[in-house]
Ligand binder design. Structure first.
Ligand code: TMP
Length: 234
């Protein structure tokens, strides 16, 4: 697989063209940012670990009939993916209050929500990825009504599947962020699924095994990411 032109570089990943116009190489960096890049750093080996964890999660979700962009691993830091047109919405599902929900609505961190809470954010760095609702999605023409319905159905199903999956590894899925894309006229899951994009707490100890260790300077970041990789590889 020949690596062609770089077509996009984000905070954590780079996308390269390939010989096939329908496929891209997704390269995972060690760079880490938080609070809309106000905080920057690197996490040793993060790119390697997140590439492998994402591959596992996409393989699992594919086996459960959630279509996604993953094709195969190419190297330690690279996976081959379907080339999608990304929907400019970050879809967040929360099972337990943490992070921005605590700041926004004064929930206590760790409070279990009476039902999963789905949020949309407008994926626009210069606006700081603001929280939006479905009317904003329509007004901004980010997705059609049919696409919104599909995205919500997939997001809730992913929550059910990943909650069970992580529970079997003694990990509580607190919340996570998904991104979707359009491929051959259909909505499929894209981007990554990793400790950068999920909050994962060890059952019992509530030890944080995710990017909050970086956001909040809790230390032992690489160890936490390795721990998640070891468990999803079981
Ligand atoms: P939040 O509590 O900061 O809004 O984050 C909710 C979830 O979404 C959490 O698992 C981290 C993830 N997330 C991202 O993947 N990218 C982002 O840019 C943000 C803000 C959150």
């Amino acid at each position: 697989m020949n690596k062609g032109n770089k077509i996009y570089e984000g905070k954590a990943k780079i996308l390269y063209e390939t010989d096939n116009p329908d496929q891209l190489i997704q390269y995972f960096k060690d760079d880490a940012t938080a609070f809309n890049a106000a905080k920057r750093g690197t996490i040793d080996q993060k790119g390697v670990i997140n590439n492998k964890i994402s591959a596992k999660m996409f393989e699992f979700l594919q086996s459960q009939n959630i279509p996604n962009h993953y094709i195969k691993l190419l190297s330690d830091r690279e996976m081959l993916v379907k080339r999608v047109e990304i929907v400019k919405i970050e879809v967040i599902i929360r099972n337990v209050a943490a992070g921005s929900l605590c700041r926004l609505l004064a929930f206590e961190e760790g409070a279990r929500l009476s039902q999963p809470v789905l949020e949309f954010c407008y994926k626009e760095d210069k606006l700081g990825d603001p929280l939006i609702n479905e009317d904003h999605v329509r007004a901004l023409k980010l997705a059609t009504d049919e696409e919104i319905a599909t995205i919500k159905t997939y997001a809730h199903r992913v929550n059910e599947l990943m909650t069970k999956f992580f529970k079997s590894l003694n990990i509580d899925l607190i919340d996570f962020k998904l991104e979707f894309g359009r491929y051959q006229g259909k909505i499929i899951l894209a981007d990554e699924i990793s400790p950068d994009t999920c909050r994962l707490w060890e059952v019992g100890t509530q030890r944080k095994l995710d990017k909050d260790r970086f956001r909040r300077d809790l230390g032992n970041i690489e160890e936490a990411y390795q721990e998640v990789l070891a468990r999803v590889s079981q």
